[in-house]
Design a protein around this ligand. Structure first.
Ligand code: PMP
Length: 414
């Protein structure tokens, strides 16, 4: 009898998935688009485009306030998206889901609404060496404002966290640990559950930046036991301008309103304001309603395709890309941890990353060349820039082969 994974490999039909994404039919510079820039943003399936269209044609209204039919439709759709996000993350309840603009905003909300009220001189914030700027700068700002100290856990030459050093950096001074579930430069999957457990043992709270994880692998915040988990809709096949901050209800209750305004309040007089409980307290002003609804559709889409099958498909592609690229003379892979998801970074002797990016673009292949908003990570490997090919469920071996063919040509000329 074939094993479960063998059945899943056979059953995953990347061509059928591709047909769900209209933009993948684009011709770029005379050739079919090869999208290898999903770590920057993912493409959107037709169900997401249609859900946005349906909302504006049939449901558009502001939410929670109107006493009319469309207000009910819009409110129901928005709140259903909250339930979908809670189920997707394995949260304890829908009230643990706060809609925000994206991962960056989610991290800033925690730094402001929790950090500024709970940190002081002598306290420490612990991050790792593979963080995106969005998970560095808000903590730097928080430390400057409160007198706390930013500590950084190192990574090794393969891009793995040095767990012993991470553990040594934890102490009773550590108030919060913030780390990426998956590195956007190296693809490293961090041992999030173990890291969270260690942090909790020292009394620290834990925020996980899931921007690069949610589209690649199953995430269960209850199993992880993290205090907060953040992701961006646009990196998981949903629209830009919408994202999710999950927080344990007990933690959300300790967070002050980070912006005053409508939606957050229970009662206002000129003397004082009484706030609603979370999540409303943390969602000031009119939300990105249609985008939240369409994010719900994106999460439903991914769930229907099957995130476990997606993970296996991508693992196979990452292994294929790693093998093919490492055979190219003069090419160095940056990030070779055994536990890797969706991201392949590299440099090529004698050819600038920007030159490689342009050469690929000329053939319709979209990658990113630069520091990927993670300068300390890239510099850790002695570079200012790398080329980054990043994958999603719609990529195929042919996409990787097209990439490798161009790189081989550039290598043979350099
Ligand atoms: N964290 C990581 C690991 C990321 O890859 C990104 C986006 N590149 C972000 C945070 C920021 O996400 P956004 O720009 O959607 O807020």
């Amino acid at each position: 009898m074939p094993s479960d994974s063998a059945i899943a490999e056979v059953a995953f039909d990347a061509q059928a998935v591709r047909a769900d994404f209209p933009i993948l039919g684009e011709i770029v510079n005379g050739l079919p688009l090869v999208w290898l820039d999903s770590a920057a943003t993912t493409q959107k399936p037709a169900v997401v485009l249609e859900r946005l269209d349906h909302f504006y044609r049939h449901e558009n209204s502001n939410i929670h306030r109107g006493a009319h039919e469309l207000a009910s439709r819009a409110t129901d759709a928005y709140e259903q998206a909250r339930t979908t996000a809670a189920d997707f993350l394995g949260a304890g309840g829908r009230e643990e889901i706060v809609f925000v603009r994206g991962t960056t905003e989610a991290i800033n909300v925690v730094a402001h609404a929790w950090g500024r009220h709970h940190l002081g001189p002598g306290d420490e914030v612990l991050i790792t060496w593979l963080e995106h700027h969005a998970n560095i700068v808000p903590w730097q700002q928080l430390c400057q404002a409160t007198g706390a100290r930013l500590r950084v856990a190192p990574i090794d030459d393969s891009g793995q966290l040095v767990l012993e050093e991470y553990e040594q950096l934890l102490s009773e001074r550590t108030r919060i640990v913030a780390f990426a579930h998956v590195s956007n430069v190296l693809g490293t999957i961090l041992p999030a559950r173990e890291m969270t457990e260690l942090a909790h043992r020292h009394g620290a709270h834990v925020l996980i930046d899931g921007a690069q994880a949610v589209s690649h692998m199953p995430v269960d915040v209850t199993a992880l036991d993290c205090d907060w988990y953040a992701f961006s809709g646009h990196k998981v096949f949903g629209p830009t301008g919408i994202g999710v901050l999950y927080g344990k209800l007990g933690m959300l209750n300790t967070m002050a309103p980070w912006q005053g305004g409508g939606s957050t309040i229970r009662d206002v007089t000129f003397e004082r304001t009484l706030y609603k409980p979370p999540p409303s307290r943390l969602e000031p002003g009119t939300a990105s309603i249609a985008d939240a609804v369409a994010l719900g559709a994106a999460l439903d889409y991914l769930t229907a395709v099957g995130i476990d099958r997606v993970a296996r498909h991508e693992q196979e592609l990452v292994a294929h890309a790693g093998e093919a690229l490492s055979a190219v003379p003069g090419l160095k892979l940056i990030g070779t941890a055994p536990e890797k998801a969706g991201v392949i970074s590299f440099v090529l002797d004698g050819v600038a990353p920007s030159t490689i990016g342009r050469a690929l673009d000329a053939e319709g292949i979209a990658v990113r060349a630069g520091h990927h908003c993670a300068q300390p990570t890239v510099r850790r490997f002695g570079h200012e820039a790398t080329v980054r090919a990043s994958l999603a469920l719609y990529n195929t071996r042919q996409d990787i082969d097209a990439l490798v063919a161009v790189i081989e040509r550039l290598a043979s000329r350099s």
